[in-house]
Ligand binder design. Structure first.
Ligand SMILES: C[S@@+](CC[C@H](N)C(=O)[O-])C[C@H]1O[C@@H](n2cnc3c(N)ncnc32)[C@H](O)[C@@H]1O
Length: 364
Protein backbone atom coordinates (compact mmCIF):
# COMPACT_ATOMS: atom_id res chain seq x y z
CA UNK A 1 0.00 0.00 0.00
CA UNK A 2 1.27 3.46 -0.93
CA UNK A 3 0.31 6.84 0.47
CA UNK A 4 1.00 9.69 -1.96
CA UNK A 5 0.84 13.31 -0.85
CA UNK A 6 0.36 16.37 -3.07
CA UNK A 7 -0.12 20.15 -2.68
CA UNK A 8 -3.38 21.23 -1.10
CA UNK A 9 -6.28 21.37 -3.57
CA UNK A 10 -4.59 19.27 -6.27
CA UNK A 11 -5.63 15.72 -5.36
CA UNK A 12 -7.94 15.33 -8.38
CA UNK A 13 -5.05 16.29 -10.69
CA UNK A 14 -2.78 13.86 -8.80
CA UNK A 15 -5.37 11.12 -9.35
CA UNK A 16 -5.32 11.73 -13.13
CA UNK A 17 -1.52 11.75 -13.03
CA UNK A 18 -1.44 8.40 -11.20
CA UNK A 19 -4.03 6.87 -13.57
CA UNK A 20 -1.82 7.82 -16.52
CA UNK A 21 0.95 5.81 -14.88
CA UNK A 22 -1.39 2.79 -14.88
CA UNK A 23 -1.88 2.72 -11.13
CA UNK A 24 -5.29 2.84 -9.54
CA UNK A 25 -5.94 5.11 -6.60
CA UNK A 26 -8.78 3.93 -4.44
CA UNK A 27 -9.15 6.53 -1.76
CA UNK A 28 -8.35 10.21 -1.41
CA UNK A 29 -8.43 12.18 1.78
CA UNK A 30 -7.52 15.87 1.45
CA UNK A 31 -3.88 15.88 0.29
CA UNK A 32 -3.44 12.11 0.71
CA UNK A 33 -4.12 9.53 -1.98
CA UNK A 34 -3.88 5.79 -1.37
CA UNK A 35 -2.70 3.48 -4.14
CA UNK A 36 -2.32 -0.27 -4.22
CA UNK A 37 1.31 -1.18 -4.68
CA UNK A 38 4.72 -1.93 -3.27
CA UNK A 39 8.22 -0.62 -3.90
CA UNK A 40 8.13 -1.29 -7.68
CA UNK A 41 5.06 0.94 -8.04
CA UNK A 42 6.58 3.53 -5.66
CA UNK A 43 9.75 3.79 -7.79
CA UNK A 44 7.64 4.28 -10.94
CA UNK A 45 5.52 7.02 -9.33
CA UNK A 46 8.59 8.76 -7.87
CA UNK A 47 10.24 8.85 -11.28
CA UNK A 48 7.21 9.87 -13.28
CA UNK A 49 4.59 11.75 -11.24
CA UNK A 50 4.53 15.47 -12.02
CA UNK A 51 2.16 16.34 -9.17
CA UNK A 52 3.12 14.21 -6.14
CA UNK A 53 5.00 15.65 -3.16
CA UNK A 54 6.09 12.36 -1.55
CA UNK A 55 5.43 8.65 -1.94
CA UNK A 56 5.23 6.63 1.29
CA UNK A 57 5.31 2.84 1.48
CA UNK A 58 3.32 1.06 4.20
CA UNK A 59 5.62 -1.22 6.20
CA UNK A 60 3.01 -3.53 7.81
CA UNK A 61 -0.74 -4.16 8.23
CA UNK A 62 -2.51 -1.36 10.16
CA UNK A 63 -2.79 -2.32 13.81
CA UNK A 64 -4.76 -1.23 16.87
CA UNK A 65 -2.59 0.92 19.17
CA UNK A 66 -4.23 2.33 22.27
CA UNK A 67 -1.10 2.72 24.41
CA UNK A 68 2.67 3.10 24.09
CA UNK A 69 3.31 -0.65 24.68
CA UNK A 70 1.21 -1.42 21.57
CA UNK A 71 3.14 1.23 19.63
CA UNK A 72 6.49 -0.16 20.80
CA UNK A 73 5.53 -3.76 19.87
CA UNK A 74 4.22 -2.71 16.46
CA UNK A 75 7.42 -0.81 15.65
CA UNK A 76 9.68 -3.71 16.65
CA UNK A 77 7.62 -6.06 14.44
CA UNK A 78 8.50 -4.13 11.26
CA UNK A 79 11.05 -5.85 9.04
CA UNK A 80 13.45 -2.93 9.35
CA UNK A 81 16.21 -4.77 7.48
CA UNK A 82 14.22 -4.21 4.25
CA UNK A 83 14.31 -0.44 4.48
CA UNK A 84 17.06 0.91 6.73
CA UNK A 85 20.70 0.14 5.92
CA UNK A 86 23.49 0.28 8.41
CA UNK A 87 24.69 3.78 9.20
CA UNK A 88 21.42 5.57 8.40
CA UNK A 89 19.72 7.69 11.01
CA UNK A 90 15.94 7.63 11.28
CA UNK A 91 13.67 10.65 11.51
CA UNK A 92 10.07 10.22 12.62
CA UNK A 93 6.96 12.31 11.95
CA UNK A 94 3.72 11.43 13.73
CA UNK A 95 0.18 12.37 12.67
CA UNK A 96 -2.48 11.80 15.36
CA UNK A 97 -6.24 11.96 14.81
CA UNK A 98 -9.07 11.09 17.22
CA UNK A 99 -6.93 8.60 19.19
CA UNK A 100 -6.23 7.69 22.80
CA UNK A 101 -2.52 8.24 22.18
CA UNK A 102 -2.47 12.02 21.97
CA UNK A 103 1.17 13.06 22.21
CA UNK A 104 3.14 13.19 18.95
CA UNK A 105 6.46 13.85 20.72
CA UNK A 106 6.08 10.91 23.16
CA UNK A 107 5.07 8.66 20.24
CA UNK A 108 8.21 9.76 18.37
CA UNK A 109 10.39 8.83 21.38
CA UNK A 110 8.73 5.40 21.76
CA UNK A 111 9.10 4.62 18.04
CA UNK A 112 12.73 5.72 18.10
CA UNK A 113 13.42 3.58 21.18
CA UNK A 114 11.68 0.60 19.55
CA UNK A 115 13.82 0.92 16.42
CA UNK A 116 17.03 1.12 18.46
CA UNK A 117 15.91 -1.87 20.57
CA UNK A 118 15.18 -3.94 17.48
CA UNK A 119 18.67 -3.07 16.22
CA UNK A 120 20.14 -4.39 19.49
CA UNK A 121 18.08 -7.59 19.22
CA UNK A 122 19.37 -8.05 15.70
CA UNK A 123 22.95 -7.87 17.06
CA UNK A 124 23.65 -4.60 15.30
CA UNK A 125 24.20 -2.74 18.54
CA UNK A 126 27.16 -0.87 17.12
CA UNK A 127 24.93 1.20 14.88
CA UNK A 128 27.09 4.23 14.27
CA UNK A 129 25.25 6.85 12.30
CA UNK A 130 27.21 7.98 9.26
CA UNK A 131 26.77 11.78 8.97
CA UNK A 132 27.29 11.54 5.19
CA UNK A 133 24.19 9.39 4.75
CA UNK A 134 20.74 10.95 4.63
CA UNK A 135 18.44 9.77 7.41
CA UNK A 136 15.49 7.61 6.36
CA UNK A 137 12.17 9.01 7.48
CA UNK A 138 9.12 7.28 8.90
CA UNK A 139 5.64 8.75 8.76
CA UNK A 140 3.42 7.32 11.48
CA UNK A 141 -0.35 7.81 11.30
CA UNK A 142 -2.56 6.96 14.28
CA UNK A 143 -6.14 7.48 13.15
CA UNK A 144 -8.99 6.44 15.47
CA UNK A 145 -6.49 4.25 17.40
CA UNK A 146 -5.34 2.38 14.30
CA UNK A 147 -1.63 2.84 13.64
CA UNK A 148 0.06 2.64 10.26
CA UNK A 149 3.78 3.17 9.78
CA UNK A 150 5.01 4.33 6.39
CA UNK A 151 8.55 4.86 5.13
CA UNK A 152 9.26 7.82 2.85
CA UNK A 153 10.51 6.41 -0.47
CA UNK A 154 11.05 9.84 -2.10
CA UNK A 155 13.43 11.62 0.27
CA UNK A 156 13.12 15.36 -0.45
CA UNK A 157 9.78 16.49 -1.85
CA UNK A 158 9.35 15.53 -5.50
CA UNK A 159 8.70 19.15 -6.47
CA UNK A 160 12.50 19.44 -6.23
CA UNK A 161 13.45 18.43 -9.76
CA UNK A 162 17.06 18.65 -10.75
CA UNK A 163 17.06 21.62 -13.08
CA UNK A 164 16.77 24.80 -10.97
CA UNK A 165 20.12 26.47 -10.33
CA UNK A 166 18.52 29.80 -9.43
CA UNK A 167 15.13 31.49 -9.34
CA UNK A 168 13.64 34.99 -9.36
CA UNK A 169 11.15 36.31 -6.80
CA UNK A 170 8.23 34.08 -5.80
CA UNK A 171 8.93 31.08 -8.04
CA UNK A 172 6.20 28.50 -8.41
CA UNK A 173 6.78 25.04 -7.02
CA UNK A 174 7.43 22.72 -9.93
CA UNK A 175 4.55 20.32 -9.20
CA UNK A 176 2.12 23.23 -8.88
CA UNK A 177 3.35 24.58 -12.25
CA UNK A 178 2.89 21.11 -13.79
CA UNK A 179 -0.66 21.00 -12.40
CA UNK A 180 -1.50 24.33 -14.09
CA UNK A 181 -0.18 23.06 -17.42
CA UNK A 182 -2.29 19.92 -17.09
CA UNK A 183 -5.36 22.04 -16.21
CA UNK A 184 -4.82 24.02 -19.44
CA UNK A 185 -5.39 20.74 -21.30
CA UNK A 186 -3.98 22.09 -24.56
CA UNK A 187 -2.83 20.45 -27.76
CA UNK A 188 0.98 20.42 -27.72
CA UNK A 189 1.06 21.68 -31.33
CA UNK A 190 -0.73 24.90 -30.29
CA UNK A 191 1.21 27.88 -28.88
CA UNK A 192 1.54 28.29 -25.13
CA UNK A 193 2.32 31.73 -23.67
CA UNK A 194 3.38 32.98 -20.23
CA UNK A 195 3.59 36.81 -20.27
CA UNK A 196 5.14 36.99 -16.74
CA UNK A 197 7.43 33.98 -16.79
CA UNK A 198 10.03 34.74 -14.07
CA UNK A 199 12.46 31.80 -13.84
CA UNK A 200 10.40 29.81 -16.37
CA UNK A 201 8.99 27.16 -14.04
CA UNK A 202 5.77 27.02 -16.06
CA UNK A 203 7.49 26.91 -19.42
CA UNK A 204 10.00 24.27 -18.37
CA UNK A 205 7.25 22.07 -16.93
CA UNK A 206 5.18 22.61 -20.12
CA UNK A 207 8.11 21.65 -22.32
CA UNK A 208 8.90 18.62 -20.15
CA UNK A 209 5.30 17.45 -20.40
CA UNK A 210 5.20 17.99 -24.18
CA UNK A 211 8.55 16.23 -24.68
CA UNK A 212 7.62 13.47 -22.20
CA UNK A 213 10.67 14.12 -19.97
CA UNK A 214 10.16 12.21 -16.70
CA UNK A 215 10.39 14.73 -13.82
CA UNK A 216 12.51 12.49 -11.60
CA UNK A 217 15.00 11.47 -14.26
CA UNK A 218 18.07 12.94 -12.66
CA UNK A 219 17.40 13.19 -8.94
CA UNK A 220 18.11 11.12 -5.85
CA UNK A 221 15.38 9.10 -4.12
CA UNK A 222 15.44 7.70 -0.57
CA UNK A 223 14.51 4.22 -1.84
CA UNK A 224 17.91 3.97 -3.56
CA UNK A 225 19.37 3.32 -0.08
CA UNK A 226 16.85 0.64 0.94
CA UNK A 227 18.48 -2.80 1.33
CA UNK A 228 15.53 -4.25 -0.67
CA UNK A 229 16.05 -1.78 -3.58
CA UNK A 230 16.11 -3.55 -6.96
CA UNK A 231 18.71 -1.40 -8.74
CA UNK A 232 18.77 -3.28 -12.10
CA UNK A 233 14.97 -2.97 -12.49
CA UNK A 234 15.13 0.74 -11.67
CA UNK A 235 17.90 1.25 -14.25
CA UNK A 236 15.66 -0.39 -16.86
CA UNK A 237 12.81 1.95 -15.87
CA UNK A 238 15.08 5.00 -16.09
CA UNK A 239 16.50 3.94 -19.47
CA UNK A 240 12.97 3.39 -20.78
CA UNK A 241 12.01 6.91 -19.62
CA UNK A 242 15.10 8.39 -21.31
CA UNK A 243 14.35 6.66 -24.59
CA UNK A 244 10.73 7.91 -24.51
CA UNK A 245 11.68 11.60 -24.76
CA UNK A 246 10.45 13.24 -27.97
CA UNK A 247 12.85 15.52 -29.81
CA UNK A 248 10.11 17.50 -31.60
CA UNK A 249 10.15 21.29 -30.94
CA UNK A 250 7.03 22.85 -29.42
CA UNK A 251 5.68 26.42 -29.76
CA UNK A 252 6.23 27.83 -26.27
CA UNK A 253 6.63 31.61 -25.83
CA UNK A 254 7.72 33.33 -22.66
CA UNK A 255 7.87 36.99 -21.73
CA UNK A 256 8.92 38.94 -18.68
CA UNK A 257 9.59 42.59 -17.96
CA UNK A 258 12.94 41.70 -16.37
CA UNK A 259 15.68 40.84 -18.92
CA UNK A 260 17.95 39.64 -16.10
CA UNK A 261 15.72 36.61 -15.72
CA UNK A 262 16.84 35.37 -19.16
CA UNK A 263 20.23 34.03 -18.13
CA UNK A 264 18.90 32.31 -14.99
CA UNK A 265 15.96 30.88 -16.86
CA UNK A 266 17.98 29.70 -19.88
CA UNK A 267 20.36 27.82 -17.60
CA UNK A 268 17.42 26.10 -15.87
CA UNK A 269 15.86 25.16 -19.22
CA UNK A 270 19.21 23.83 -20.44
CA UNK A 271 19.55 21.72 -17.29
CA UNK A 272 16.08 20.31 -17.99
CA UNK A 273 17.07 19.60 -21.62
CA UNK A 274 14.21 21.71 -23.05
CA UNK A 275 15.78 25.07 -23.93
CA UNK A 276 15.23 24.66 -27.69
CA UNK A 277 11.47 24.36 -27.06
CA UNK A 278 11.21 27.87 -25.66
CA UNK A 279 11.31 31.37 -27.19
CA UNK A 280 11.97 34.25 -24.78
CA UNK A 281 11.51 38.01 -25.13
CA UNK A 282 11.75 40.84 -22.60
CA UNK A 283 8.33 42.48 -22.80
CA UNK A 284 6.14 44.60 -20.50
CA UNK A 285 2.62 43.28 -20.59
CA UNK A 286 1.34 46.85 -20.02
CA UNK A 287 3.38 48.53 -22.77
CA UNK A 288 2.95 46.45 -25.85
CA UNK A 289 -0.14 45.62 -27.85
CA UNK A 290 -0.69 41.89 -27.43
CA UNK A 291 -0.20 39.99 -30.66
CA UNK A 292 -0.80 36.50 -29.40
CA UNK A 293 -2.02 33.92 -31.94
CA UNK A 294 -5.73 33.11 -31.69
CA UNK A 295 -5.15 29.47 -30.89
CA UNK A 296 -2.71 30.29 -28.03
CA UNK A 297 -3.27 29.10 -24.48
CA UNK A 298 -2.12 31.47 -21.71
CA UNK A 299 -0.81 29.98 -18.48
CA UNK A 300 0.68 32.46 -16.05
CA UNK A 301 1.53 33.46 -12.52
CA UNK A 302 1.31 37.27 -12.62
CA UNK A 303 3.01 39.28 -9.87
CA UNK A 304 0.88 39.58 -6.75
CA UNK A 305 3.18 40.08 -3.84
CA UNK A 306 2.65 42.83 -1.34
CA UNK A 307 5.59 45.07 -2.23
CA UNK A 308 4.25 45.93 -5.71
CA UNK A 309 1.80 48.86 -5.64
CA UNK A 310 -1.78 47.65 -5.93
CA UNK A 311 -2.66 49.94 -8.83
CA UNK A 312 0.01 48.29 -10.99
CA UNK A 313 -1.22 44.83 -9.88
CA UNK A 314 -4.70 45.93 -10.87
CA UNK A 315 -3.50 46.99 -14.31
CA UNK A 316 -1.65 43.72 -14.87
CA UNK A 317 -4.64 41.60 -13.86
CA UNK A 318 -6.92 43.75 -16.01
CA UNK A 319 -4.59 43.17 -18.96
CA UNK A 320 -4.86 39.43 -18.39
CA UNK A 321 -8.64 39.72 -18.22
CA UNK A 322 -8.63 41.33 -21.69
CA UNK A 323 -6.75 38.34 -23.08
CA UNK A 324 -9.22 35.93 -21.60
CA UNK A 325 -10.95 35.27 -24.92
CA UNK A 326 -8.14 32.75 -25.19
CA UNK A 327 -7.96 29.62 -23.11
CA UNK A 328 -6.34 30.79 -19.87
CA UNK A 329 -5.08 29.43 -16.58
CA UNK A 330 -3.97 32.04 -14.04
CA UNK A 331 -2.60 31.46 -10.56
CA UNK A 332 -2.53 34.48 -8.31
CA UNK A 333 -2.65 35.46 -4.67
CA UNK A 334 -3.89 38.97 -5.53
CA UNK A 335 -7.28 39.42 -3.81
CA UNK A 336 -8.38 42.02 -6.41
CA UNK A 337 -8.13 39.41 -9.18
CA UNK A 338 -11.71 38.29 -8.49
CA UNK A 339 -12.95 41.58 -9.92
CA UNK A 340 -11.40 40.80 -13.30
CA UNK A 341 -12.18 37.11 -13.48
CA UNK A 342 -15.71 36.92 -12.03
CA UNK A 343 -16.80 34.16 -14.35
CA UNK A 344 -13.60 32.25 -13.61
CA UNK A 345 -14.07 32.43 -9.87
CA UNK A 346 -16.90 29.88 -10.07
CA UNK A 347 -14.47 27.22 -11.17
CA UNK A 348 -11.52 28.44 -9.18
CA UNK A 349 -9.41 26.21 -6.99
CA UNK A 350 -7.67 27.24 -3.81
CA UNK A 351 -4.17 26.00 -3.21
CA UNK A 352 -0.86 27.10 -1.71
CA UNK A 353 2.49 27.98 -3.22
CA UNK A 354 4.71 27.20 -0.23
CA UNK A 355 2.97 28.99 2.61
CA UNK A 356 1.11 31.49 0.37
CA UNK A 357 -2.62 31.10 -0.30
CA UNK A 358 -3.25 31.36 -4.04
CA UNK A 359 -6.21 30.79 -6.35
CA UNK A 360 -6.29 29.14 -9.73
CA UNK A 361 -8.65 30.71 -12.27
CA UNK A 362 -9.63 28.67 -15.32
CA UNK A 363 -11.33 30.00 -18.42
CA UNK A 364 -12.92 26.61 -19.12
C1 LIG B 1 5.21 35.70 -9.50
S1 LIG B 1 6.54 36.03 -10.59
C2 LIG B 1 6.50 34.68 -11.69
C3 LIG B 1 7.28 33.54 -11.15
C4 LIG B 1 7.39 32.39 -12.12
N1 LIG B 1 6.12 31.73 -12.30
C5 LIG B 1 8.46 31.42 -11.61
O1 LIG B 1 8.13 30.28 -11.29
O2 LIG B 1 9.63 31.83 -11.51
C6 LIG B 1 5.89 37.33 -11.57
C7 LIG B 1 6.80 37.79 -12.69
O3 LIG B 1 6.13 38.86 -13.39
C8 LIG B 1 7.11 39.74 -13.89
N2 LIG B 1 6.45 41.04 -14.18
C9 LIG B 1 6.12 42.03 -13.29
N3 LIG B 1 5.53 43.05 -13.94
C10 LIG B 1 5.49 42.71 -15.27
C11 LIG B 1 5.00 43.35 -16.44
N4 LIG B 1 4.46 44.59 -16.37
N5 LIG B 1 5.12 42.71 -17.64
C12 LIG B 1 5.68 41.48 -17.72
N6 LIG B 1 6.18 40.83 -16.63
C13 LIG B 1 6.07 41.43 -15.43
C14 LIG B 1 8.17 39.80 -12.79
O4 LIG B 1 9.43 40.21 -13.33
C15 LIG B 1 8.16 38.35 -12.27
O5 LIG B 1 9.18 37.60 -12.88
Amino acid sequence: MLLITCPYGLSSILNNDIKKLWHKSFDTFDTWTFVDGWLAQATHINLSSRIANKVYLRTHEPSLCTNFDDLFDLTTSIDRSQYISKGHGVSIKVHLRQSIIDSASSSQSIIHKAIMTSLTWSKEATWDIDPDLKAQSLFVVINKNVCTIYINTSGDSLHNRWYKDATGDAPLKENLAAALIQLANRKYSEPLIDPCCGSWTLCIEAAMLAKNVAPGLDRYFAFEQFPCFDKPSFEVLREKAESSIYSKPYPIFWYDIDPEMIEIAKKNAKNAGVEEAITFEAHDILDTEPSYPNNATIVSNPPYWIRLPWDSLDKIHEEFAQKISKKTVIITGYPGAKKYFPYLARSNKNTKNGSEEVKIYLSK
